[in-house]
Design a binder for this molecule. Structure first.
Ligand code: HEM
Ligand code: HEM
Length: 183
């Protein structure tokens, strides 16, 4: 089943969720390593992969959101309290918003720092702001602050998924897992 239905996520939405989750965790690791590494060719390589993967994540997110709009969204369990529904909805919206803002702020840093860049050495990344060193420094701080917020929401997201599965024993986690694991 490729498409979502009223009770479960389809294979396309599941693939987007898990492939992007893996890429995002790799992306955070690459960012932290790139910043911490001493100035050397390895540091430049780490930034090359960080920036390329970050733009890939932005492109995948656009496709994911289009697919989401073209599909039904599975309903949450009927007995779920109102506050939990609102919290789930708000945290999903925030995760999506942050996944747009993170690459965009990274792109601003790169443009303001006036660094010519080709995504995966192929696609030239156009500058979205004029060269401006103080702006690059400001956006590096914004990028980091967004990561902190993202990490907090992600922790709540994962804790909520595990609570649904192991404590409340709902189908919420199972219906996001690959079908062959659950049948
Ligand atoms: C989902 C996408 C992204 C995530 C999760 C992410 C995450 C991170 C993390 C964890 C760091 C290290 C912490 C810090 O800011 O000091 C970082 C740094 C950085 N990222 Fe990203 N990033 C993303 C996209 C991008 C993109 C698309 C670009 C550029 C095109 C970019 C450029 C940078 C730069 C230049 C730094 C170093 C900032 C500094 O000098 O402190 N990032 N990122
Ligand atoms: C970087 C990592 C992750 C990100 C960015 C992420 C993001 C999201 C987003 C945005 C949604 C909402 C889908 C939608 O309504 O369109 C979602 C759903 C979901 N996520 Fe994650 N997720 C991540 C990791 C995880 C992990 C590790 C788990 C499990 C332990 C998990 C479990 C779930 C479940 C069960 C749903 C479905 C909720 C429902 O049916 O309403 N996620 N995720």
């Amino acid at each position: 089943m490729l498409r979502n239905n009223a009770t479960s996520w389809g294979a396309v939405a599941k693939s987007f969720h898990w492939i992007m989750a893996a890429l995002i965790l790799a992306q955070i690791t690459l960012g932290l390593m790139a910043v911490a590494w001493r100035l050397s060719p390895t540091k430049i390589q780490l930034f090359f992969w960080h920036k390329s993967l970050g733009m890939l994540i932005l492109a995948l997110l656009a496709l994911r959101l289009l697919w989401r709009l073209a599909n039904a969204t599975p309903l949450l369990p009927a007995d779920m309290p109102r506050w939990e529904r609102s919290a789930a909805h708000a945290s999903h919206v925030l995760l999506y918003v942050l996944l747009i803002l993170l690459p965009l702020t990274g792109w601003v840093i790169n443009s303001a720092a006036n660094i010519p860049f080709r995504i995966f050495r192929v696609i030239p990344l156009p500058a979205i702001v004029e060269p401006d060193k103080p702006l690059a420094e400001l956006f590096a701080r914004v990028h980091l602050s967004l990561i902190v917020v993202f990490a907090l929401i992600l922790t709540v997201h994962i804790a909520a998924a595990l609570r649904h599965h192991f404590v409340k024993r709902t189908t919420v986690l199972v219906r996001m897992l690959p079908e062959r694991w659950t049948t």
